[in-house]
Design a protein around this ligand. Structure first.
Ligand code: SF4
Ligand code: SF4
Length: 194
């Protein structure tokens, strides 16, 4: 009989203890993230996939298509193409694709970049249904980020624009080579040294 009442008391006490915990947390702010409707802010130390930085001055990327990141990547995941457009001093990336599925986030690409054009993204929702979902076109991603931030969108040059720039570059190189050859030619009346 004593055990019977003892069990009732213990059960009642554990019920009260449980309710006390519930009541204590009932009025506290919710800490559970309502994923996927809510996104958390990642720590600055988080390493998502490497992506192009938006330069605060020019509001576009700083990639000059030198391909150093592509060459140093141990898994050969980066494809970069670029060309020097008429009137511009440096090459500009016309394609920047990163196949993220084998990326070890080693950071070599971000470190080697001579223009500090790369950073780690804070994106953590990287799951996909197909392998192609992990193939990231960074010029397109840049456009999406610029749109989201209300910045002018960097146009991706069309195949015709690239071909025209390549032809102009080839013509400029040829003209330069001809000028150099003409400068080396001995002028009339000048002695040719044996
Ligand atoms: S972080 Fe490393 S593995 Fe990933 S793309 Fe850059 S160099 Fe390649
Ligand atoms: S190393 Fe930097 S500048 Fe060169 S291609 Fe890569 S991102 Fe562009």
């Amino acid at each position: 009989m004593i055990n019977y009442f003892k069990e009732i008391l213990v059960g009642f006490w554990s019920l009260l203890a449980g309710m006390a915990v519930t009541i204590r947390y009932f009025t506290k702010p919710i800490v559970t993230v309502q994923y996927p409707r809510e996104k958390i802010k990642m720590s600055p130390a988080y390493r998502g996939y490497p992506r192009l930085i938006i330069d605060p001055e020019t509001q576009t990327h700083r990639c000059i298509a030198c391909e150093m990141c592509a060459r140093i990547c141990p898994s050969q995941l980066i494809t970069v193409e670029g060309i020097k457009f008429p009137g511009e001093k440096q090459k500009r990336a016309t394609k920047y694709v990163h196949e993220h599925y084998y990326c070890s986030l080693c950071g070599l690409c971000t470190e080697v970049c001579p223009t500090s054009a790369l950073e780690y993204s804070d994106e953590y929702r990287l799951a996909g249904y197909h392998r192609e979902d992990a193939v990231l076109d960074h010029l397109v991603i840049l456009q999406l980020r610029q749109t989201a931030a209300g910045l002018p969108v960097t146009a991706i040059p069309s195949a015709e624009e690239i071909a025209a720039a390549a032809a102009a570059e080839a013509a400029a190189k040829e003209a330069k080579a001809k000028a150099a050859a003409a400068a080396k030619k001995p002028q009339a009346g000048e002695e040719v040294k044996e």
